[in-house]
Design a protein around this ligand. Sequence first.
Ligand code: SF4
Length: 527
Amino acid sequence: MQLAVWTYEGPPHVGAMRIAASMSGLHYVLHAPQGDTYADLLFTMIERRKSRPPVTYTTFQARDLGKDTAEVFRTACEHAVERFQPQAILVGASCTAELIQDDPAGLAKALGLSIPVIPLELPSYQKKENWGAAETFYRLVRGFCGGVSQPDRADRARKTCNILGSTALGFRNRDDIREVKGILDALGVPVNVIAPLGATPADIARLPEADFNVVLYPEIADTAARWLERTFKQPRSTTVPIGATATRDFVREIAALAGVDAEPALEELGERLSWYARSIDSNYLTGKRVFIFGDATHAVAAARVCRDELGFKVCGLGTYAREFARDVRAAAADHGIEALITDDHLEVEDAIVAAQPELVLGTQMERHVAKRLRLPCAVISSPVHVQDFPARYSPQMGFEGANVIFDSWVHPLMMGLEEHLLGMFREDFEFNDTAEASHLAALGGTADRAVEADTPRANATMQSEIHAPAAEALPAGWTNDAEKELRKIPFFVRGKARRNTERFAAERGVAPITVETLYDAKAYFGR
Ligand code: SF4
């Protein structure tokens, strides 16, 4: 048992639903108890789809358990095929149905349906949503391409590619696809199939015709792409085009795979991030401490953008995607820090407090944590709420994605002039340490800024401090003068200064902490 209030991922059958809902001509018959239809709302409300996902639930009830639940499954399966007339069906079990062991695969096979049946074995108690999506996509690809013979691609004038990995409920997938398609157009590379988003089972069967695969989201498409590589000698791309530098690398990688020249396309495709980040207004961004958490693809890409393109200092990097822990560990080592691999949001909260960042880039969970800690935050990865399925064009990938990233990551920060003035005039009645950044005042009002929280789950205390105007509780062990001096430090680095000073004092047995201790610690850590 594990106590969980928030989970970063749903059960694996939600991943399978995402694949089914991405495609057309495919239906998913899910053996599941009454109530599991809640998952429909993820698609109809969060993603705001116009139609229900193509899923038939058996919705067995407690009273069915005394009878024949296998019969319930068989009937649901037959009805679904008759009513929706799909090209193929997926069959599988949810967590509860896994326990009653009805064997959906065997039952569907025994029905002798006239369409292909892809059975799913998703271990709900060991694996999660992204794994479920990756496994389902892989099963589909194997199911439809398994018997296909190696196509002859020898005398093709232009090499073609598939774009793999975009799904329903994927963070900004809809717009990323358009952006990446634009890059491929600029390179003159025809797209054979985009999958799973928008594909049919017949399209999946055509995947082997392409010369290579563009893998946008390894969490979803890596397993299938590796199998295609082994089976049909289709190389796969490994660069995820998030950020201006990664996008340039991506254009070059795709050009090399397609045997074309990258330079004309690079000249044609413009971006503003690089210039905006170099313009003098961005000087104050240099060295800002940022904590990053999310799925592996977005977290690793964000860390690279932060350091190489925005000049931030990455002080925390982690993921909930255990399958990709190795990649995140390698990226963290590159930033001189240790990766945080966990799906426990309380651990993430503790790590954020310990790292004392000035900006948090994370999922919807980190947005909540950052709100409680009064830290600026931007969302970079699933899981996300409805506002991250925006009506406007908002990719993360490609050059336009880099523009979107620049705007949305810098926006939550206090602007340079205000930050500078706050350092000089902290007693102003309107623009002071306890007020929100003025460009965000319409969103957050002028709520009083929290003290630098020490223990995240001392929330009751923290909340009362948040609402107590200017009542900054400082820890025991500080002289009054030292406390006053500490308050002169701008709020966004004050927490770090306090922690460093306390560590410095504790290591040397200095008590109480005086103004001298504060400056000694500053000199020591500033070396
Ligand atoms: S079967 Fe799984 S997903 Fe459905 S309600 Fe039970 S625990 Fe939740």
